[in-house]
Design a protein around this ligand. Structure first.
Ligand code: CLF
Ligand code: SF4
Length: 496
C-alpha cells in the first residue's frame, strides 16, 4: 500500500534518526554471534526479549558498603529495585530452592540476578555460594549480578569462574565533586570515608572493575540514576566514557525519591526527572551508546516478566510444598525456549521486511506522536484497558515506531477507588497517559472510553492480539489519513 503524502507540514524532528526505530534489536542485527547469543533471551539486555523472557532476583545480599542519598536500608536497593521492603532475605540454600521452583513453574525464566537488597559484592560468601550452586545445578539459567562497583575489582576473578556473563555497575558520575553530592560515605579498608575522598575511591573502583570485566569478555551494563540538578548534565559524559571502555548498554533510570521512603533525597525534597527530561537525556546519549528504555526498577526479590511480580507464588512456605523434578523441567524449558526463539526470529524477519517496505514507500510528513499500549507480553496488544497495570509508550513517526518508556497505571494511588482529592484511579491512570494521542488495548469499557476521549486520547480496541509495532503504525497511518497529525506546532510530549 502506498502512503499518502499529506501536505507540506514540516516534520518535528524525532529523537531517532534511524530508518525505523532506535530499539536495541536493530543494533542487535549487527552484533557478533557470540554477543547475540548472550543477550537474545536476557530480558534486560534485549528489548525484544523482555516481551517473552522473565527474570528473577534472589535477595541474598542484605549488607552494603556505601551509602547513597537515594537509599534507605529498610527498602530495596534503588540501584535495581523499586522502594519496598523485600519480603524475605534468603540463605543461599533457600535461594537455590526458590530458583529451581521458579524455573520449573515459569519456563520462560531465563535469568537469575542478585541485586540486593544491599550490594551483592559486599556479601561475597552468600552471593558466590548461590552462584556456584546454581551454575552446577541449573546450568541453563543465565546468571547476572548488579553492583555499586566498590568491591568489583576484587570480585572479577570469582565472577568469571561461575559463568556469570552479565554484570551491571551503577555509575552515577565520574567526577568526585558530583559523587560527594550522591554518596555521603563509603566503607573502605575498615573505615568510613566521607565526601569527595570516598566518592573518588568509588569512581576509581567502578572504572577499574569495568575495564577488568571487559578484558574478561563479560558483558557490562551500566545503570545511572538521573538526579536533576545533581548529575543530569553529567550523564552524557558518563555514557560516552563507559561506552569507550566497552560497556554494552546504558540504563538511565529516574530517581525515585518519595518523602515517605525516608531517604535523604526524599526528605530533602530532591525531585526526580519528568518523563520528558528522562527521554531527552536518553535520546541525547543514544548517539553514543545503546540505551535501555524498558527497565522497571525491579525489587530485589522480583519474579516474572519485567513489570510483573509473581514473588507471592514462590514464598518459602509455598516452595516447601512443591514437588520439583528439575531434569524434567529442563527438558520442558528447552522446548519452550526453542519455540519462543523461533517466534522471535520470525518476527524479526517480518520486521526487517516491513522496514524495507516502509523505506520504499513515499514518506509521510506528519508529526511524531506518542501512543500507549496495554500488553502482558509476547509483543502483542492483549490486555483490557481496565486490567492494565502499566502501559508501554511508543513513538510513531514517519520514520517508524520505537519504544520510548513505560508508565504505570494507578501510579499516584495504591489501588483505592479514590485519593484524598477525590480523583479516581481511572482519572489518575488517564492523567498518567498525558501526551499520548491514542491508547491501544484489547478492549475498553464505555466509561473509560468517554473519559479518554474527553482527555484527547483516542481509545482503540481494534488491534487486539496484533503485534504492537504493526498496530501502532497502522493507527498512525489511519490518523494521518484522517488529517489528525498535521499540526506541527503541537507538542509531541507532555509530562505526566
Ligand atoms: Fe536483574 Fe538487573 Fe540482571 Fe536484569 S534487572 S540483575 S540486569 S536480571 Fe533489568 Fe530490573 Fe532494570 Fe535491573 S529491569 S532493574 S535492569
Ligand atoms: Fe542502597 Fe544499593 Fe546504594 Fe547500597 S548501593 S546504599 S543498597 S542503593
Amino acid at each position: 500500500m502506498h502512503l499518502p503524502v499529506l501536505n507540506d507540514t514540516p516534520v518535528l524532528k524525532s529523537g531517532c534518526e534511524a530508518s525505523s526505530c532506535g530499539s536495541t534489536e536493530n543494533q542487535m542485527d549487527t552484533l557478533p554471534d557470540s554477543i547475540r547469543e548472550k543477550i537474545q533471551n536476557h530480558p534486560c539486555y534485549s528489548e525484544d526479549a523482555h516481551h517473552y523472557f522473565a527474570r528473577m532476583h534472589v535477595a541474598v545480599a542484605p549488607a552494603c558498603n556505601i551509602q547513597c542519598h537515594y537509599c534507605n536500608r529498610k527498602y530495596d536497593c534503588s540501584n535495581e529495585s523499586r522502594p519496598g521492603v523485600v519480603s524475605e532475605v534468603l540463605t543461599p540454600d533457600q535461594a537455590v530452592k526458590k530458583t529451581m521452583a521458579v524455573a520449573a513453574n515459569i519456563p520462560q525464566m531465563t535469568v537469575l540476578g542478585i541485586a540486593g537488597p544491599g550490594d551483592p559484592l559486599a556479601n561475597p560468601e552468600r552471593t558466590f555460594e548461590t552462584f556456584r550452586r546454581l551454575s552446577q545445578e541449573a546450568p541453563d539459567i543465565k546468571l547476572c549480578v548488579s553492583t555499586n562497583g566498590l568491591a568489583l575489582p576484587d570480585a572479577v576473578e570469582e565472577l568469571s569462574k561461575h559463568n556469570i556473563d552479565h554484570v551491571t555497575i551503577t555509575i552515577n558520575c565520574v567526577d568526585p565533586e558530583i559523587g560527594a553530592k550522591i554518596y555521603p560515605w563509603i566503607f573502605w579498608n575498615n573505615k568510613r570515608i566521607k565526601g569527595k575522598k570516598g566518592a573518588k575511591i568509588l569512581i576509581e573502583q567502578q572504572q577499574k572493575g569495568l575495564e577488568m570485566l571487559i578484558a574478561k569478555g563479560i558483558l557490562v551494563k551500566v545503570n545511572s540514576v538521573m538526579i536533576p540538578g545533581v548529575n543530569d548534565q553529567h550523564l552524557a559524559e558518563v555514557s560516552r566514557i563507559v561506552k569507550s571502555k566497552g560497556a554494552f548498554l546504558h540504563n538511565v533510570m529516574p530517581l525515585i525519591s518519595e518523602p515517605e521512603h525516608g531517604t535523604f533525597f526524599g526528605v530533602m525534597g530532591q525531585r526526580g526527572p519528568t518523563p520528558e527530561e528522562l527521554q531527552d537525556l536518553q535520546d541525547s546519549c543514544s548517539g553514543d551508546m545503546n540505551m535501555m528504555r524498558h527497565c522497571r526498577q525491579c525489587r530485589a526479590d522480583a519474579v516474572g516478566l519485567l513489570g510483573e511480580d509473581r514473588g507471592d507464588e514462590f514464598t518459602l512456605d509455598k516452595i516447601e510444598d512443591m514437588e520439583i523434578d528439575y531434569q524434567a523441567a529442563m527438558e520442558k524449558r528447552k522446548v519452550i525456549h526453542g519455540a519462543i526463539q523461533a517466534e522471535m526470529d520470525s518476527k524479526r524477519l517480518e520486521k526487517a521486511q516491513q522496514i524495507q517496505q516502509h523505506k520504499e514507500q513515499p514518506k509521510l510528513t506528519t508529526r511524531p506522536v506518542l501512543m500507549a499500549v496495554a500488553t502482558s507480553g509476547q509483543g502483542l496488544i492483549n490486555v483490557h484497558f481496565g486490567h492494565a497495570k502499566e502501559f508501554l509508550i511508543y513513538e510513531a513517526s514517519p520514520e517508524g515506531v520505537r519504544f520510548i518508556s513505560h508508565r504505570k497505571a494507578e501510579q499516584y494511588c495504591a489501588g483505592d477507588s479514590s485519593c484524598g482529592d477525590g480523583e479516581s484511579v481511572l482519572q489518575m491512570t488517564i492523567r498518567g497517559l498525558a501526551g499520548c494521542v491514542a491508547v491501544l488495548c484489547s478492549k475498553v469499557g464505555y466509561e473509560p472510553w468517554e473519559m479518554l476521549e474527553a482527555a484527547g486520547i483516542t481509545p482503540n480496541g481494534e488491534h487486539a492480539m496484533e503485534p504492537i509495532e504493526e498496530a501502532v503504525m497502522a493507527v498512525y497511518k489511519e490518523m494521518a489519513v484522517a488529517g489528525k497529525l498535521v499540526d506541527a506546532n503541537e507538542s509531541v510530549r507532555v509530562s505526566a
